[in-house]
Design a binder for this molecule. Sequence first.
Ligand code: ADP
Ligand code: MG
Length: 245
Amino acid sequence: MATFMQCKGLTKEFAGRRVLDGIDLKVNQGECVVLLGPSGCGKSTLLNVITGMLAADSGTLACRGRTLDDPANGIHVAMRERGFSMVFQDFSLWPHMTVSENVAFGLRMQRVNAPHRARRVQEVLDQVQMGAFRNRRPDQLSGGQQQRVAIARALAVQPDLMLLDEPLSALDARLREDLKHELARLLRETGLTAVYVTHDQAEAFTLGDQVAVMNRGRIEQCGTPEVIYNEPRTQFVAEFLGASN
Ligand code: ADP
Ligand code: MG
């Protein structure tokens, strides 16, 4: 399987404290890699380094053979040049724009013309079952509906990589369950490459082709859900999976 992205030895410090402590991670084309770990272990920081929002202190990050980060050689490719889409826990929709306008925004930035834009907006809204809501504003939608729109907005620009940071954490249990299975279907059907952050083991095992278990700025183990579950390699992995059962 083709390697899409590879991180080697990534580190990041905040105020002298090492939050990423030598991250090695490989993401294959078309796969969803889940970063699973307790609060504070560095998941969001790693995601933000991958998007380019944060610059790593050392190590390298390459995507399809192109180096995006290599601080030792002064390389840091800007976020907007990476072609990645991000979905956040708090939806982050623009409150003054309708659903359609929110989803069309990135396409407008890419100078996609109006007819193509309208077609693409309808297509992605249909993919997340929100076609009927296109003229509403975010405050007229439930949390689950807002997150569907945010997912449609991220999909619209046909990103090379989707990054999702705890996208279901703000939803109540029932909505979370529904959207989890829909996201799994969407990722399968679109063949998108994704990095998905969660602290929830069930989510990790439903969505991940590979699960990378993180602890204190390191990846303790990365493997398929079956391997992680059946053959935990460290005490931490065994205990973390056991505790969230
Ligand atoms: P997670 O997403 O796994 O919960 P984070 O990556 O958000 O963890 O945070 C990892 C650690 O880094 C935490 O201890 C957090 O307080 C710290 N941290 C994150 N962002 C910053 C920042 N901008 N400045 C200082 N400390 C930060
Ligand atoms: Mg986080």
